[in-house]
Design a protein around this ligand. Structure first.
Ligand code: UDP
Ligand code: MG
Length: 336
């Protein structure tokens, strides 16, 4: 908390209790042609809802002049904040920066290439109003290449749903609406922006999805190719671990270690009996190798469990990060 109040005036301003209703966060990397119409489209969609709002465009080290265009537009309007990053970090850090500077009670994210339709924003807000914490867009009619984009995405969505337990049709859709307290709880690393619903689910959020429009890319080109699939799978493993064992790593490693150790010892004892009671040679028996391997693995896993347990405690306690999340507190007369 000290970090927010001392260092950066913009961030402490972002923690001002007088919140706006809505922040629209858009990562921008080389989207010069679409920027002006994007901002217009967002503003006109949001004005329809009568909410107080701001648009936060995070320029992620663009090299096509997006930075200058963004700066010019931001100086002309009073609903636009441009956050210009020093270099290209990637979509996840760009979104994290946007969240940091967002002051709205609700945060909407969307892509800067006009593939998402800002006109869908009121629909997401209406759905959120029904009592959800996160509304995910679902590009029902997705306009991307079938073999390189749609197929891997279908498999990834299925896999993510299986692993995380949050079944959504379209994790990759950037058009999403969140309650901001949810976003404040989530730390983003790697390319985890794709897993925000899964992270939100770990934090106890109520999640739903609605179909949204999707248009082909008109300007510029996509920043991703097939290589993304591998990264998605790696991130998925991280999420899987976080969901299951973040607060109790000893249950995975410790248990595995104890089982392995016990099996190894049992085999060793068996071999000892064979050697000393039955007077047989055990030097050439594969079981001996297996026994040694299991004992060593067991000790290693157990120690690893202890170390990760300590790391986990440091993680939670150094940030005063509780291991639970309270939705609200009820009571006729509530005093602390
Ligand atoms: N983006 C970014 N930094 C990057 C790559 C992408 O901020 O390093 C932004 C990009 O400008 C766009 C969004 O992330 O607003 C999604 O990128 P893209 O449209 O290329 O992905 P696709 O729609 O093809 O999945
Ligand atoms: Mg796109």
């Amino acid at each position: 908390m000290q970090y927010y109040s001392s260092q950066n005036p913009l961030v402490s301003e972002a923690r001002n209790p007088e919140l706006l209703d809505l922040s629209v966060v858009v990562p921008i990397y080389n989207e010069a042609e679409s920027l002006p119409s994007l901002i217009e489209a967002i503003a006109s969609a949001v004005k329809e809802t009568q909410l107080s709002y701001e648009i936060i465009c995070v320029d992620d080290g663009s090299i096509d002049g997006s930075t200058q265009i963004l700066t010019e537009i931001a100086l002309q309007r009073n609903d636009l904040k441009g956050v210009i990053l020093r270099r290209n970090y990637g979509q996840t850090p760009a979104m994290a920066a946007g969240f940091e500077y967002a002051t709205g009670k609700i945060i909407i994210t969307l892509d800067g290439d006009l593939q998402n339709d800002p006109a869908d924003i009121p629909l997401l807000l209406a759905k959120l109003d029904e009592g959800y914490d996160l509304v995910n867009g679902w590009r029902k009619n997705r306009q991307d290449a079938a073999l390189t984009r749609l197929l891997p995405s279908k498999i990834a969505n299925w896999l993510i749903g299986k692993v995380t337990g949050v079944k959504l049709h379209d994790y990759g859709c950037s058009l999403k609406a969140y309650r901001s307290e949810l976003v404040a709880d989530m730390n983003l690393y790697g390319e985890l922006h794709r897993f925000l619903p899964a992270l939100a689910y770990i934090e106890g959020a109520r999640i739903t999805e609605i179909p949204v429009r999707h248009h082909p890319r008109r300007f510029g080109k996509s920043k991703y190719g097939l290589g993304r699939t591998i990264r998605v799978i790696m991130d998925l493993l991280t999420i899987f671990f976080m969901k299951k064992f973040l607060t109790r790593p000893m249950h995975v490693f410790g248990l595995g270690g104890v089982i392995s150790f016990a099996l190894g010892i049992a085999m060793g004892l068996y071999l000892t009996v064979i050697k000393f009671v039955f007077q047989q040679n055990i030097g050439a028996r594969p079981l001996l190798v297996l026994s040694v391997l299991l004992v060593l693995t067991g000790v290693q896993l157990f120690c690893f469990g202890l170390v990760t347990e300590l790391l986990m405690r440091t993680y939670h306690e150094s940030q005063r990060r509780p291991i639970y999340r309270v939705r609200n507190i009820v009571g006729k007369e509530f005093r602390v």
